[in-house]
Design a protein around this ligand. Structure first.
Ligand code: ZN
Length: 234
């Protein structure tokens, strides 16, 4: 298979360049999405911590209320203690006061623990909020950068495509047909350099006959992987 005046190495280089630019163009939105996901995760963390803080505050409020109720109850019982009409009644009331006092002491400990937990959660919320700000900054930085780059990348795609088209005009007949089919199927990997008689795509050795053809500047087809092989420039 021959292509007089055809520089396959250059054509391949252009296809690889085109592939790289197209990759950058498709990678950009994927990377933007990944950064949006990081923002969403950070925001979910803030929401979860805020919910936790709400629960802790409700629990603390409830316990504080219980404490006040018990204190009122104890004050009431102390009044009853003074008015007790028998020793038995006195002992019962005294026992109730002691039980309620122990209960209040437990409540006070629990309330103090909750205050500590609330402090901790508030710090966690601040940290999580900072992570959101950072993730949003990073998203904006990346999205802006990609928006700025993408115009240039799109222009580059058009330029390289045009250069490819110009070089393709040197292909005719069977070779053109094969080239089209292979490029449609494999993109830039439709072609491969053949160095020291080894296919650059599948690493299989070409026949001595094909090696001679390559050396005389012809394009050959790898018998193993079907790629078009060319002799790379010295
Ligand atoms: Zn091969």
């Amino acid at each position: 298979m021959s292509a007089p005046g055809m520089n396959f190495a250059e054509l391949h280089r252009l296809h690889l360049a085109l592939h790289e630019v197209q990759e950058q163009l498709t990678r950009g939105p994927r990377q933007v999405k990944a950064r949006e996901q990081l923002v969403a995760t950070a925001e979910a963390e803030v929401a979860a911590r805020r919910e936790q803080l709400k629960t802790q505050r409700m629990s603390s409020d409830r316990k504080s209320l219980d404490l006040k109720t018990n204190e009122a109850k104890i004050a009431d019982l102390r009044g009853k203690l003074n008015a007790a009409s028998s020793n038995r009644e006195f002992d019962i009331i005294k026992g109730q006061i002691e039980a309620d006092t122990v209960a209040n002491s437990v409540l006070q400990d629990e309330i103090l623990e909750l205050f500590d937990a609330i402090d901790g959660t508030q710090t966690e919320i601040k940290d999580a909020e900072q992570k959101v700000v950072k993730a949003k900054d990073e998203l904006k930085r990346f999205a802006d950068q990609f928006a700025a780059d993408s115009a240039g990348l799109t222009t580059r795609v058009a330029e390289v495509s045009e250069q490819i088209k110009q070089r393709e005009s040197g292909l005719t007949g069977d070779l053109l047909e094969r080239y089209r089919r292979l490029v449609d199927a494999h993109g830039a990997e439709a072609m491969a350099p053949c160095e020291a008689g080894i296919c650059g795509n599948c690493r299989v050795q070409v026949t001595p006959q094909n090696k001679v053809r390559l050396n005389s500047g012809l394009v050959i087809v790898c018998s193993a992987c079907g790629r078009m092989l060319y002799k790379p420039p010295e």
